[in-house]
Design a binder for this molecule. Structure first.
Ligand code: HEC
Ligand code: HEC
Length: 433
């Protein structure tokens, strides 16, 4: 015990004794007879007891953590009304701010393939024509259904080609593919024109024996002969390149620029719900924007100059990788390195709520699960509802400083918020005239 406390206690004791004698003498002085003495004693005594109790209670309450006596409990972050977000400028946090962008209303096109209404109509006809497959059973639209339910895909884990053959990869949507700089899960096609030739002769897709046989088939259909000579005024209008050009011109109309997200970014505050706005902020703070960036939510899009590829799964050997066989197919990594990690083109997330199942092998059924997997295997986030897991605290002995990092875990509520935000990327389907 240090001397300071002893001194205080001694002083207190002396003060109490002195006070007692003072009181006794006051009572004697003021109350000459026995009755008044009693009244005065009781009055002064209760006053002193009440005062001490009050001091005592204040001391006891101040020992509890948190605002025990506060009438209004502290608001949790989650309960902040979204309206607060619309006040003033963005906060300066020292971090480089991410600027959200809307999708352009039209897709860019290569110089040698300008669109025209006739070319687009021709491309559309080819896209829906099953005569372009070996057994006349499949068109591009069989695996890329332009509907709200299928969202430009087929809803299957792996696509089914001619003769019921099962492919190993999921059909990505054709919607907004026009904004991607490389196509296919592994990015092996550099343009829509180049891409369109692939499925025609892929034995487990449309299965035509050769590109020449595709040209021959089209040539044997009189209505195509007229249409091609109207669109392509060269000597030989029906070539495989022109078939691909027409299909690509049609695909460049398959864009969805008017989603609730786009309307929000352009200034319509009511376009997104509070939950969706929270999901949007999380999409940024968790780091999804590192890869799914720009107007098409893909670093592999025509916007910016990001590298289109990423390792997936980046964190090795998680339960998800094993459960969903994520590393059986190595995508673009095949033959390029001896790594056991796959390398994949970053897909767009527009209309993603319509294109289940997910990932290159279609092994994940729900968007919730896909978001959890991404957070865990790409961003190393814990999956936890416990707030304690959300922060990681590191002490640097050298600098004698704390390094506190937040957003280290993703909770079920946060997953739901991100999914709600991703649903805001579903756009109106282009009219099929
Ligand atoms: C049997 C089903 C099937 C048919 C038929 C089919 N596709 Fe696909 N499509 C797929 C699959 C599966 C992939 C992904 C393959 C891969 O990445 O290896 C794909 C990928 C694509 C992509 C790339 C999208 C992106 O984001 O990278 C486009 C564009 C596309 N197809 C257009 C077409 C066109 C045009 C036709 C008709 C000429 C067609 N498809 C016919 C199943 C099909
Ligand atoms: C380091 C890069 C990277 C980060 C960060 C990242 N992703 Fe991905 N994402 C990818 C790649 C690459 C794929 C394609 C994987 C494959 O081959 O299936 C993908 C696929 C997806 C898919 C499936 C798309 C489909 O059509 O099947 C969803 C959904 C998704 N990401 C959402 C997210 C969300 C939400 C976050 C943030 C929590 C996130 N991603 C963070 C690179 C990334």
């Amino acid at each position: 015990m240090n001397t300071g406390i002893i001194e205080v206690l001694a002083f207190g004791l002396v003060a109490i004794i002195a006070g007692f004698f003072l009181l006794v003498s006051m009572v004697r002085e003021l109350a000459p007879n026995e009755r008044r003495k009693w009244f005065l004693g009781i009055g002064l005594g209760t006053g002193i007891i009440a005062f001490s109790l009050k001091i005592g209670l204040i001391v006891v309450f101040s020992m509890f953590p948190g605002p025990m006596l506060a009438l209004f409990p502290e608001r949790e972050f989650d309960q902040f009304p979204v309206d607060d977000l619309f006040k003033g400028e963005a906060l300066s946090t020292g971090k480089v701010a991410y600027t959200w962008q809307a999708l352009p209303m039209t897709a860019p096109f290569p110089k040698d393939n300008p669109p025209s209404p006739e070319k687009i109509a021709l491309g559309k006809k080819l896209f829906f024509d099953a005569r372009l497959s070996a057994d006349g059973s499949l068109s591009c639209a069989s695996c890329h259904e332009i509907s709200v339910e299928k969202g430009g895909s087929d809803g299957l884990p792996g696509s089914i080609g001619i003769h019921g053959q099962q492919g190993g990869r999921n059909a990505p949507t054709v919607l907004n593919a026009a904004f991607q700089q490389v196509l296919f899960w592994d990015g092996r096609a550099a343009s829509l024109e180049e891409q369109a030739k692939g499925p025609l002769i892929n034995p487990i897709e449309m299965g035509m024996p050769s590109l020449e046989s595709v040209v021959e088939t089209v040539n044997n259909i009189p209505e195509y002969r007229t249409a091609f000579s109207q669109v392509f005024t060269t000597e030989q209008p029906i070539t495989i390149d022109n078939i691909a050009k027409a299909i690509a011109a049609y695909e460049r109309t398959l864009i969805t620029p008017d989603s609730p997200y786009d309307r929000f970014v352009k200034g319509d505050r009511s376009a997104l719900s509070e939950k969706q706005i929270r999901g949007m902020a999380l999409f940024e703070s968790l780091g999804c924007i590192q890869c799914h960036s720009g107007p098409n939510f893909s670093g592999a899009s025509l916007f910016g100059d990001n590298t289109p590829y990423r390792i997936f799964p980046a964190i090795p050997y998680t339960e998800f990788e094993i459960r969903h066989r994520l590393s059986e197919d190595l995508g673009a990594a095949v033959g390029t390195s001896d790594s056991d990690r796959g390398v994949w083109r970053i897909p767009s997330l527009r209309n993603v709520s319509r294109t289940a199942p997910y990932f290159h092998n279609g092994s994940v059924r729900t968007l919730e699960e896909a978001v959890r997997i991404m957070a865990h295997v790409q961003l190393d986030k814990r999956l936890s509802n416990d707030r304690v897991d959300d922060r990681s605290i590191r002490w640097s002995e050298r600098d004698r400083q704390f390094n506190v990092v937040t957003d280290q875990a993703i909770s079920d509520t946060e997953v739901e918020e991100i999914v709600a935000f991703l649903e805001a990327l579903d756009g109106e389907l282009p009219a099929q005239y």
